[in-house]
Ligand binder design. Structure first.
Ligand code: ADP
Ligand code: MG
Length: 538
């Protein structure tokens, strides 16, 4: 159907759909790469975030234009699938649409452009394989470089180095099984105080224990402590059928109090009998029971968070019981040691050396809650790219070396194409160059000079030359600027998919508009959105 309708009027007028996606690309283009500028995003309720992470910026923008939304969805999908490369994808979308607009003004029909782009991306993906390299093993140092490249520019160099190293040591500690790794970030302290701990860290801010219990000399450190777990409240059971008991005289009152006292002693005895030295309770523990337990050398921890409770049970081999009366020595588990630590203003307990499940916790520190949160995101991104790289072990030189090389490959291929698709291929190649060009511009270098030098060096056989962090051509492998092959591949695929979608929608819109066309109507539709794709609330 599309092929039968000739709608091109040769007008070079930018249309709203291209403008919407183009403006989104313009807005985040300046954040690409190690020299990307920070953006301040103001949320509807006045909250402000400062970041140069493309995906966070897009997430915070209130994009209302449908085409802007398409690009946003592609970026979000890229982020959730591979955790990186969102800015790359959006910059590619902008460049491909820009080339499409030029092709349109030269009289190309959208369908021809779409077909050409689809063929060109297939060719590019074929060529891509020759630039891929493989990790030697999971302990390959280049994984740290890949993690670092993914978060370069998000913080100072020394810190990003540290985050990448911390992430890798944590992942190695759990044999790259991320389900056994916990990330916790705490405000206060310095970034460099962030550490990777072997074991489970229990936050006593939410799980609580009395301070006097913690300071009791017998429970300052526990070596090979026995861990007991109770999945119910510990205390005097509330009478269920009788609402209230009237105590008529002193004797009755005494008897009642004695009974309560006896029951509490019984509970404490039961715990002590089980040999437990640390008791985790998922609900509350009666205060008198807590105090008595501490006096008997048992560290009571109440209101342990459900997720932590389950992890502790698994890692220590302890079997949670539903009532203290059921607790026996067989139900207890163990760890090598339990260590108490104050992180920032938070008291924590670390269960170190879990016999049943090797676990690690990354304790991240940042001056303010904002910083702590950003640090958590940075480390999560390091984890994501490491995981993605390990899936197939393939990585690429970064800094735009690969898109530059692919642009040259596409140019070479286009020379063999006999029809007008050749020009579409050339446009596609030029769009790929947007990555090295943007990286150079963002570093304050002359993008044309940089690109020309890179091409010359590629021609001379150095295909791993890209844009260095200072904007000048450098060998990316030597500089350790490496990225997972999957991230670039997927950014390119998504970009082309969303661009063809936009070109198709645009074609349909223009076709139906043309059929009922009056010029006034057409212009009106354009003016209505003003080409402005989103609104950031005040
Ligand atoms: P994205 O959202 O696409 O991941 P980034 O802002 O993280 O965007 O920038 C990624 C680009 O920056 C990639 O092309 C990557 O190779 C490049 N890059 C990252 N670190 C460096 C570096 N130290 N030197 C040169 N280029 C780098
Ligand atoms: Mg990135």
């Amino acid at each position: 159907m599309l092929g039968e309708t000739t709608v091109d009027d040769g007008s070079a007028e930018p249309n709203t759909t291209h403008t919407a996606a183009g403006e989104l690309a313009d807005a985040i283009r300046t954040t690409l790469g190690p020299n990307g500028l920070d953006k301040m995003v103001v949320g509807e309720n006045g909250t402000v975030i400062v970041t140069n992470d493309g995906s966070s910026i897009i997430e915070w923008m209130d994009i209302t234009h449908p085409v802007g939304r398409l690009v946003e969805q592609a970026a979000t999908a890229q982020d959730s699938a591979v955790g990186d490369g969102t800015t790359t994808a959006v910059v590619l979308v902008g460049a491909l649409l820009e080339e499409a607009a030029t092709l349109r003004s030269d009289g190309f029909h959208p369908t021809t452009i779409i077909d050409g782009y689809v063929r060109a991306v297939e060719a590019a993906l074929d060529q891509l394989e020759q630039y891929e390299r493989s990790l030697h093993s999971r302990h390959d140092d280049r994984l740290t470089q890949i993690a670092k490249t993914a978060v370069t520019g998000r913080w100072d160099d020394a810190s990003t180095d540290r985050f990448a190293e911390l992430t890798l040591s944590a992942l190695q500690a759990v044999d790259f099984d991320t389900s056994r790794l916990t990330l916790k970030s705490y405000p206060g302290g310095e970034l460099r105080d962030s550490v990777c701990l072997d074991g489970v860290v229990v936050d006593l801010e939410t799980s609580s224990t009395s301070l006097e219990a913690l300071s009791h000399p017998s429970i300052q450190t526990h070596d090979e402590p026995a861990i007991a777990m109770v999945d119910a409240e510990i205390g005097i059971e509330e009478p269920t059928s009788i609402e209230s008991v009237e105590l008529q005289d002193a004797t009755q009152r005494n008897a009642f109090q004695n009974h309560e006292q006896d029951r509490k002693t019984e509970l404490v005895e039961q715990v002590v009998q089980s040999g437990a030295t640390v008791l985790f309770c998922q609900k509350t523990i009666d205060e008198a029971v807590r105090t008595a337990l501490a006096q008997r050398g048992v560290l009571p921890v109440e209101r342990t968070r459900r997720d932590e409770f389950d992890v502790i049970a698994r890692a220590t081999g302890s079997t949670p019981v539903m009532a203290v009366d059921d607790l026996t020595v067989d139900d207890t588990g163990t760890v090598e040691s339990v260590i108490q630590r104050t992180v920032g203003t938070t008291q924590t307990l670390t269960l170190q050396g879990c016999p049943e499940e090797q676990r690690a916790t990354l304790l991240l520190r940042g001056g303010t809650p904002h910083v702590a949160e950003e640090v958590r995101r940075i480390v999560a991104d390091c984890i994501d790219v490491t995981r993605v790289t390990l899936d197939d072990g393939a990585f690429l030189p970064g800094g735009g070396a690969v898109p530059a090389a692919l642009a040259m490959d596409i140019a070479a291929l286009s020379r063999g194409i006999p029809d007008r698709t050749q020009i579409v291929f050339d446009g596609f190649g030029t769009a790929l160059e947007a990555i090295p060009r943007t990286l150079a511009t963002n570093a304050g270098a002359d993008s044309l000079n940089t690109l020309t030098t890179i091409k010359r060096r590629h021609d001379a056989g150095s295909e791993t030359v890209g844009v260095g962090p200072d904007g000048h051509p450098r060998d990316m492998i030597a500089a350790g600027v490496l990225e997972p092959a999957t991230v670039f591949r997927s950014a390119l695929q998504r970009a082309v998919a969303v661009v063809t979608q936009i070109l198709r929608v645009d074609d349909i819109v223009r076709t139906s508009a043309d059929e009922r066309r009056t010029d006034a109507e057409h212009d009106h539709a354009h003016a209505a959105t003003g080409g402005y794709p989103w609104a950031v609330g005040h």
